[in-house]
Design a protein around this ligand. Structure first.
Ligand SMILES: O=C(O)C1=C[C@@H](OP(=O)(O)O)[C@@H](O)[C@H](O)C1
Ligand SMILES: C=C(OP(=O)(O)O)C(=O)O
Length: 453
């Protein structure tokens, strides 16, 4: 349990369908990277649309502690005056990455190849998450990591004085591990070569190119090999952060589930390595359209229109998992309202997120009257009966569980409560107001009687 006051909420069926046009906050993955690459570039990087969620604010604070000048000019508008590759300075205090796996793991890569001592920690959720997946391969550049049992945070890091380039095949599909190694490779002479057996989100690769690094990406089977030439001069570059498809998932699924709804979400990032949920929902019969497709800041972007439609269960193949890894809790909610079985395969990575999302998602649905099975690393949701609702869901310091449970409550027969909504701010500040703003009449998401939000 964390030590700030809990913020319970309850969601109930709205008096009217969801309708309107909205923008979701900036992409979390791209926001972290814009601040980090900006700090490693020479000159001033200007960022628009930065996600001002807790996770990204932790990265901003860490970059400041490492000597970059990070300034907020207005909502979403930030500037980073960088120190150049290898130019960051020893932090005077512990780097606290809060709830953010991305911030912690990418930062480990940066710290590994800077010749100074640092200590990193995080909140109770992050301190439970595995870090050896980055510290073991990063040690090959000459860095030393000392952590708690299981290699967990807090972690003491002695960065390499003369970092070596790394060659590594990432054993799990993880953009965080890949990105940590690329960040370390930036300050090593020679070629850092990373192979991933399955393609994962490529925002680091795209942004490295955007900042002037030499990087070659080759397809190998279902995966990729990435070769980065070390010690480039990165040049400050402007970054326009698109709306986060992982955040868009919540209003979008809510619109599919609440009868009569029609919602347009503008400026959503449509990187193909992030679009597995949209593909799956279409296969389920969802009425989803993409309009105004365009490229902004090197990433594909479009407006998504979602209209309520009946859904049917589908098989989600394991090779699709990396492209929708954060969307399984909300897909499971959609599956509960679909006709028939939805079988999601190959979800082992869900066990090491902010919570064990495989068992917590199953618990969310079971508590609310939906039949669910976990078979090895697969999740099977039995749809077909109107989900009852009525439970209070334990969210385990996990923003995606909290938002998924509230979306469930908007369509279930009885209201659904969450024990704590505080962590929603890590990725989707303003979520509750934005959802309530789509509905005419009394706010369907609110504090339970007798609780102030
Ligand atoms: O690289 C990134 O920005 C992210 C990668 C994914 O984690 P893994 O690399 O652990 O799969 C994802 O779950 C996380 O929300 C963001
Ligand atoms: C897994 C997530 O984030 P992170 O790993 O950065 O904590 C997420 O946002 O769903």
């Amino acid at each position: 349990m964390h030590n700030v006051a809990l913020r319970p909420l309850v969601a109930r069926r709205p008096a009217a369908p969801l309708a309107g046009t909205l923008r979701v906050p900036g992409d979390k993955s791209i926001s972290h990277r814009a601040l980090m690459f900006g700090a490693l570039a020479v000159g001033e990087t200007r960022i628009s649309g930065l996600l001002e969620g807790e996770d990204v604010l932790r990265t901003a604070a860490a970059m400041r502690m490492l000597g970059a000048e990070v300034t907020q000019d207005g909502p979403g508008a930030w500037r980073v005056a960088g120190r150049g590759v290898g130019g960051l300075a020893e932090p005077a205090d512990v780097l606290d990455m809060g709830n953010s796996g991305t911030a912690a793991r990418l930062l480990a890569g940066i710290l590994a190849s800077h010749p100074f001592f640092s200590v990193m920690t995080g909140d109770a959720s992050l301190r439970r998450r595995p870090m050896r997946r980055v510290t073991e391969p990063l040690a090959a550049c000459g860095a030393r990591f000392t952590g708690r049992s299981g290699g967990r945070l807090p972690l003491a890091i002695e960065g390499a004085a003369d970092p070596l380039p790394i060659e590594y095949r990432v054993p799990v599909p993880s953009a965080q591990v890949k990105s940590a190694l690329l960040l370390a490779g930036l300050n090593a002479p020679g070629i850092t070569r990373i192979e991933e057996p399955e393609a994962t989100r490529d925002h680091s690769e795209n942004m490295l190119r955007h900042f002037g690094a030499e990087i070659v990406v080759e397809t190998r089977g279902a995966g990729r090999v990435i070769a980065l030439v070390g010690q480039p001069e990165l040049h400050a570059a402007d970054v326009a952060v698109p709306g986060d498809p992982s955040s868009a998932a919540f209003p979008l699924v809510a619109a599919l589930l609440v009868p009569g709804s029609s919602v347009r979400i503008t400026g959503v990032g449509l990187n193909p390595l992030r679009c597995g949920l949209f593909t799956t929902l279409r296969e389920m019969g969802a009425d989803l359209r993409v309009e105004n497709e365009r490229v902004e800041g090197g990433e594909p972007v479009g407006d998504i229109v979602a209209n309520h439609a009946p859904l049917r269960g589908v098989e989600v193949p394991p090779e699709r998992a990396p492209s929708m890894i954060d969307e399984f809790p909300v897909l499971a909610v959609a599956a509960a309202f679909a006709e028939g079985l939805t079988h999601m395969r190959g979800l082992q990575e869900l066990r090491v997120k902010e919570s064990d999302r495989l068992s917590a998602t199953a618990a969310l649905l079971t508590a609310n009257g939906v039949r669910v099975e976990i078979l090895g690393d697969d999740l099977i949701v039995h749809g077909g009966r109107p989900p009852a609702g009525g439970a209070t869901v334990a969210t385990h310091m996990d923003h995606r569980l909290a938002m998924s449970a509230l979306v469930f409550g908007l369509a279930a027969e009885a209201p659904v409560a969450v024990d704590d909504s505080a962590f929603i701010d890590t990725s989707f500040p303003g979520f509750v107001d934005l959802m309530n703003g789509l509905i005419a009449g009394p706010a369907p998401i609110a504090a339970p009687e007798g609780n102030a939000v």
